[in-house]
Design a protein. Structure first.
Length: 130
């Protein structure tokens, strides 16, 4: 069984995303937001895509000087070579808001009883992106 947590990098999908960023840089981060943005308004959001988008948003927040309290060293080590993340702030904010508005994700977290913590974490990312 994989890792599952309400924290930004506390699950396998988000942690594995760090390797994608190492390989593809800013393109991996931009793609994480595009996956969410391309969905129709009422279309199902897969939790794995949500976890990756959250991790991507944490990279953007960190690039503007507002990293999460628990930012993995592997992720922090990549920041110096990620030069254009500030331009992704609007995309990151839009994706995070979309996740907050998703009834699909709410159902996932109600089952896990961590929805309130998860929601507060996503709201915190939005604040750190400002």
């Amino acid at each position: 069984m994989g890792a599952w947590s309400h924290t930004s990098f506390g699950n396998d999908d988000a942690f594995d995303f760090i390797a994608e960023v190492k390989e593809d840089g800013e393109a991996a981060i931009a793609n994480a937001f595009e996956v969410i943005d391309f969905l129709e308004p009422k279309e199902f959001i897969d939790s794995a895509d949500a976890f990756v988008a959250i991790a991507a948003a944490e990279f953007v927040a960190a690039s503007v000087g507002n990293p999460p309290a628990e930012f993995p060293d592997k992720a922090a080590d990549l920041l110096p070579r990620l030069n254009n993340l500030k331009a992704l702030k609007p995309d990151a904010t839009k994706a995070m808001q979309r996740l907050l508005d998703s009834p699909d994700l709410k159902e996932v977290w109600v089952l896990e009883e961590d929805y309130v913590k998860w929601r507060a974490g996503v709201e915190d990312i939005i604040e750190r992106l400002k």
